[in-house]
Write a protein that binds this ligand. Structure first.
Ligand code: CU
Length: 119
């Protein structure tokens, strides 16, 4: 019993040290350019830069938003910074986003066209 208590305490210290809940989906900070706002399916097509914490290179892809009201907070052609979280089924959802104003170009490693990739 004592051993169990010690390891629980150690795990809690670990969580506080990381300052991130590992049980809920991990969050990832990213930046990108809004290519399209898809109001019908509540998704934003984003040309995003590399997301190191996910090991993802820059690319253009669709992201669902946590709250449909977020679709009104950004504009096509604008640069945004956003926070992604993986939901239980492994889908990436935008939890927070911030419009940074008109973008100068794409974020997706110089590529003008989107390409397919699997997540
Ligand atoms: Cu991607």
């Amino acid at each position: 019993m004592k051993h169990i208590l010690i390891s629980v305490a150690a795990a809690m210290i670990c969580l506080f040290a990381l300052n991130a809940p590992l049980v809920a989906g991990d969050q990832h900070q990213a930046e990108g350019v809004v290519k399209k706002i898809n109001t019908d399916d509540k998704k934003i097509t984003i040309s995003h830069g590399p997301i190191k914490s996910m090991g993802m290179d820059g690319m253009t892809m669709d992201f669902a938003v946590y709250d449909p009201a977020m679709l009104d907070e950004v504009q096509e052609g604008h640069k945004i910074s956003f926070v992604l979280e993986e939901d239980k089924s492994g889908n990436l959802v935008i939890m927070e986003l911030e419009d940074k104003g008109m973008a100068k170009g794409d974020m997706a490693s110089g590529e003008e066209h989107s390409h397919h990739h699997d997540h």
